[in-house]
Ligand binder design. Structure first.
Ligand code: OGA
Ligand code: NI
Length: 360
């Protein structure tokens, strides 16, 4: 008679924590778990040095309230920042500081909820209007990033998690203010490209523009040199308007080097997204950026992404296509682009490959 089979006594591996926040709350970590240790600080620093350079600053008030001369000067400056950097700091933007602070407080309260409370929004499809999670996309990643997120669609239909109590009213006002600012900046950018505002509003269906708030939390990390909050990537929209809680970590790539972004008080960092590159037929490229982590402080950031409507098939503006500047991208429905970008690994500008007409 065959011996009775022994019960399997191998320990059942406990599931990995569902968020970095949970991981750092539950234990005092001396080192990062192996799936987060994805960098070799000795080699990466040599290949891609970090340099100190000053990011261009745009005085928003001159765009809206300046004299015609001041406005055209800012428009030129905006164009130059988009062309040479793909990002700029915006000051004198008129968005109340109390709203920026309230938004960051609401976000902290959101992330401070229990995993069960946040669980209502986890494990969702990438096009679900409210989605919470960790890293970037666990279904396709074999490594993990030191970051938890909440992504909320806020336009053309406004969504909000039900809790914490003030999140809805604060995020509504915040979304409206940053969207208005984004539209004003876009007006200036179209002008810098020689494009008519009405044409662009129509071509991109900006009255129904897609807007999403991507909210990030980067808890303190015991080995910040080995882990990364977000790897080098570009954003999918036209412009991303970033609010940070005063803790630095963002870096932008410029001419092969990384430049640290020091958050100025009461300012936003605005960067160009893939659809700015597509619409401008490659004149204004989307900027590569990444988020580093640190061992001391929790970093919070909110990226308000302003984009074409989800149903628009986006193509380069015909005014920017000529024999000298052949069409660089094929049209794709914006919603399809977002879905494909979110469903794949976050890897430099690979999301643009399916729409490129010419090899890089
Ligand atoms: C993003 C992003 C940068 C940051 O959410 O796409 O790039 O500083 N965030 O958190
Ligand atoms: Ni980004």
């Amino acid at each position: 008679m065959a011996p009775p089979t022994l019960p399997n006594t191998a320990p059942i591996p406990s599931p990995p924590p569902s968020s970095v926040k949970e991981l750092t709350n539950s234990t005092s970590l001396g080192s990062v778990p192996p799936q987060y240790a994805i960098r070799n600080p000795e080699t990466t620093m040599d290949i891609e040095p970090i340099i100190e350079e000053e990011i261009p600053t745009v005085d928003f008030s001159l765009l809206t309230e300046g004299t015609p001369e001041q406005r055209s000067q800012v428009v030129r400056h905006l164009g130059k920042a988009c062309e040479e950097w793909g990002c700029f700091m915006v000051v004198n933007h008129g968005i109340p500081e109390r709203l920026m602070e309230a938004m960051l407080i609401s976000l902290k309260e959101f992330f401070d909820q229990t995993e069960e409370e946040k669980g209502e929004y986890t494990g969702k499809h990438v096009m679900d209007p409210i989605r919470c999670g960790t890293s970037f996309n666990l279904t396709v990643e074999d490594v993990r990033y030191w970051r938890d997120y909440l992504k909320v669609f806020v336009h053309p239909i406004f969504y909000s998690p039900a809790k914490p109590p003030r999140f809805r009213e604060t995020s509504k006002e915040y979304a409206e203010s940053t969207r208005a600012m984004g539209m004003e900046l876009l007006r200036g950018i179209w002008e810098s490209l020689g494009l008519e505002e009405d044409d662009m509003t129509k071509a991109l269906d900006l009255h129904s523009c897609f807007q999403i708030l991507v909210c990030n939390i980067y808890p303190p990390c015991p080995q910040p040199e080995l882990a990364i909050g977000l790897p080098a990537h570009s954003d999918h929209g036209l412009l991303t308007i970033l609010l940070q809680n005063g803790v630095s970590g963002l870096q932008v790539k410029r001419r092969g080097s990384w430049v640290r972004v020091e958050p100025l008080p009461n300012s936003f960092l605005v960067n160009t997204g893939d659809h700015m590159e597509i619409v401008s037929n490659g004149r204004y490229k989307s900027v590569l950026h990444r988020a580093e982590v640190n061992s001391q402080s929790t970093r919070l950031s909110i990226a308000s992404v302003v984009a074409p409507s989800l149903d628009t098939i986006v193509e380069p503006a015909s005014q920017l296509v000529s024999d000298e500047h052949p069409m660089m991208f094929r049209g794709m429905r914006y919603g399809e682009y977002v879905e494909h970008q979110q469903a794949n690994r976050l890897k430099t500008k690979s999301a643009m490959d399916p729409v490129r007409l010419h090899a890089k």
